[in-house]
Design a protein around this ligand. Sequence first.
Ligand code: GDP
Ligand code: MG
Length: 824
Amino acid sequence: MKLSDVNSEERVVITKVLGHGSFRKRINEMGFVKGKTVRVIKNAPFNGPIEFKILNYNISLRRSEAELIEVVPICDFNETHTSNYEGVTDRKVPHHRRHRHGKNSRIKTINIALVGNPNSGKTTLYNYLSGANEKVGNYSGVTVGVKKTIFKTRGYTFNFYDLPGTYSLTAYTSEEIYVRKFIYEQTPDVVINVLDSSNIERNLFLTTQLIDMDLRVVVALNMFDELQNEDIELNYKKLALLLGMPFIPTVSSKGIGLNKLLSRVIDVFEGRDHVTRHIHINYGKELELSIKNIREKVKENKPITDKISSRFIAIKLLEKDDHINDLLENYANFEAIKATTAKEIRRIEALFQEDSESIVTDAKYGFISGALKETSTQTKETPRSRSEKIDSVLTHPIWGFPIFSLILFLIFYATFNIGAYPMEWIDSLVGWIGRHVSALLGEGMLNDLLVDGIINGTGSVLVFLPNILILFLFISFLEGSGYMARASYIMDKVMHKFGLHGRSFIPLIIGFGCNVPAILATRTLRNKGDRILTMLIIPFMSCSARLPVYILLISAFFQKFQALILIGLYFLGVVIAFVTAQILNRTIFKNKETPFVMELPTYRLPTVRNISYQVWDKTKHYLQKIGSVILIGVIIIWALEYFPRNTKETKLLKNKIEQINLDEELSQNEKDAALYLIDQQIESERLMNSYLGRIGKVIQPVMAPLGFDWKMSISLLAGLPAKEIIVSTMGVLYQSEDESINLQKKLQDETFLFGKNAGNKVFNSASALAFLVFILIYFPCIGVIATIKNESGHWKWALFTVFYTTILAWIAAFIVFQIGSSFI
Ligand code: GDP
Ligand code: MG
């Protein structure tokens, strides 16, 4: 029987996993090995992936993947399957000495890496420790997800790294490769392996690999509160003795056990921990023989085995891991190693009638089962967890999608409506500062630069900080709570229709915050084609930098349906993204198919600390951007607009002013009116003649069919470094005598000065909408282009994005404007 044919709520036992390559390997590592019980839970909406429960956690697979797993009903399974638990062998040698220090070293710096499954609580632990101790430094990953904090306590300096979550150290995802590389290149003194104790069986899989690597490990038995709530008793002290590494129960969301954890880390570092010892897991006679034979060959290479344990290399070779081959390539006996490996693989595959990769995984799970049997009293399976109850509503086959849509709507509604209040406060604050600085300085160029340029320009961007805060608050909450994975689960079927992977959904959602981390987040996609495809459509996910422009224009030109128009824009972006995906899939990225093996983590309430750290991180980023790129952009735009000061007409018009002033026949009122007109004329002449005006006039003809005037065209140009600059540029360009009126009003009042439309309003709903659409689609920003180049490894994808987005933006805005105009 196939797993895909099993009915909901039925329990079956796995007899065989078919399929091959990375799918099979991944699914083995996630616990789908012979003899394990699986319970079917339900189908995702749109008849999408199926949810299962295995090893006491929830996972989803596509139907096509579940077809590759052979099962039998639990009553038909006879336990002839003898346990292959052989325990461990003690090595009477100390752990590998890492090069940085010896036992007596005076250096009191400990490098610590946090390693563990996704959602095991690493980041929570990291945030707690870095918040509770005297912080020395901080550094947020250039690469995906890595953070470093340096703090001092108990006379030691801790270099603490939060690594991305991984299930294994196979070369399966780029995260895994990254973590593995980090371990053998940065050689942390101590690894803290964070385990989710309510899910310990699967979590220990990674631990077995850390043991193979001969690392000094301290286990944080995290989520200990959940373990206590469930009916599981775990003799972790016995387990610690068996594995030769200390186990410290922790509840990192409450900070419980973390002091003890640090003490043990110091003990292990100083080589005085009584539990720590060097062991080998005994994988059984035959496997051990193969490992030994390969290892002897590998050991001939001194330079590399100093850094990476030869046992780990031997096991990885046996598992047909390509990346290990890359490391050994340069060694004299590489061919001999390969030959021995091939021979051993052939030998054990014939013996076990299995793939060598599965043999190793089976052995590891066999060891874990055995070790847990001796130390834990798991009372069968917990009936129905709280998460499953929540999911019976949130991922319901019918209600799941409407609920998901509602959540998205609420997020955007809150971003727009609640954000409006603090926005006004900031706005008036900026105005107040501007007026006071202006009064202090008196008239002159410095005043113009400071007030019109810098304060107004950056102020108009700063105003949107609350909206961005709110958006990130929601995104962080969704991520921390576990709902994000459900979003992928719900969306996989739909995504798959467009040739995308359910996992692409998360980077796409992050794209609503900022496209740059979204592109980095595509690293969770295993397949290069999937990754690049996702990367290329992320720019159509409307990032928060675009939000200020939307809010400005929507609030100025649309009195009704504001939230709907906003959502409509986001939706348009999504449609374009999907259509693009579909086109690229049919043309450039053919034949890529990636398994959908995804954990549905337990729902947990994210801590306030985690959320505020994350939101603060983003806020800091936004403020830094205002202080750097945007500030420079503002000054450049201001200068281009400010110079040259005089035009040919200036003298003439100045004379006119004098004449009017001297004119005896005019009343004061008439004089004022005439002077005002001339002032306006001088100002617009000057603007047209400014460097910015000249550039605008050059590109104006191209933009005219879209209903844009030269100021709009320039704002778009100015937005190339970052889209927030569009707003600040408009703040600089649309000045008026009366400083008290807001930018919205200024835009509404703006009229064409010349040409056939002279006197007409520049903005109407058609041109405003076309402008919005253009901003949504065109050139994302320099940061995104650079990131695409880096992450894809090619300029061609970056250039593709530049041209594709901009040309598409023009066409779409043209259509919107032409259709819109015919209605007005
Ligand atoms: P990471 O993926 O390993 O970095 O995991 P996170 O640190 O993001 O934690 C995932 C979720 O688990 C968050 O919602 C945390 O608030 C929650 N969490 C972390 N540690 C604990 C714990 O010890 N007990 C409980 N109940 N929840 C926790
Ligand atoms: Mg994390």
